[in-house]
Design a protein around this ligand. Structure first.
Ligand SMILES: [Zn+2]
Length: 197
């Protein structure tokens, strides 16, 4: 699957939202990808998982590790396609942790899988969980690279879509300047509009 095919899939699932969004980074942008709207369709999740597995199989991982919640579904699909375990790390008192009896050993070779890499912060934190358990981190994979420079993760990184859309500070946002109301990512487009901050 190339970038056009993946974006088309997002568009058809209504997951490529256009409007005026405040991203989790605080920046404003006119485009937002809500990957959960694609991943709610198991057959589409499987296709994306197979596409990421095709790009990471050469690393020969023994396990996939994802940050909860966003990475769980796609991590599971990548692991299914690779024929390895799918673990997730979740927050406990603010820090990502392996719970539920999940464990990694010194012989485990870990592929980190997420839905979207934005700043790379949660990817790095998930890598640290694996390393703290003594496992080797082979690389990272995500459906969407939202403007992050993969080289900054210091491991091989594979993504299916690069969303190269400008994001602005609110005081230099052209949509704010035009007094366009903010949409809330995660809600339906135009649902609960708010005045630009
Ligand atoms: Zn704005």
């Amino acid at each position: 699957m190339d970038q056009t095919a993946v974006l088309d899939l997002f568009r058809k699932a209504g997951a490529l939202l256009e409007g005026h969004f405040r991203l989790s980074s605080g920046l404003h942008s006119e485009r937002y990808l809500q990957s959960a709207l694609v991943l709610q369709h198991p057959e589409l999740a499987a296709r994306l998982g197979e596409a990421l597995a095709a790009r990471t199989r050469h690393m020969d991982p023994t396990v996939v590790l994802s940050p909860a919640l966003g990475g769980i579904v796609i991590g599971h699909e990548v692991a299914r396609a690779l024929g390895v375990r799918a673990l997730f790390a979740e927050r406990q008192e603010g820090a990502l942790t392996l719970r539920r009896g999940f464990s990694l050993s010194g012989t485990d070779r870990v592929l980190i899988v997420e839905d979207v890499i934005t700043t790379g912060g949660s990817t790095r934190e998930t890598m640290e969980v694996a390393r703290a358990a003594g496992a080797q981190v082979l690389g990272a994979a995500a459906i969407v690279d939202r403007g992050h420079d993969p080289a900054r993760l210091h491991v091989p990184t594979q993504t299916l879509v690069q969303l190269d859309v400008p994001a602005y500070q609110s005081d230099s946002c052209p949509l704010c300047a035009k007094d366009v109301p903010l949409d809330r990512p995660g809600s339906r487009p135009r649902a609960g509009p708010r005045r630009g901050a």
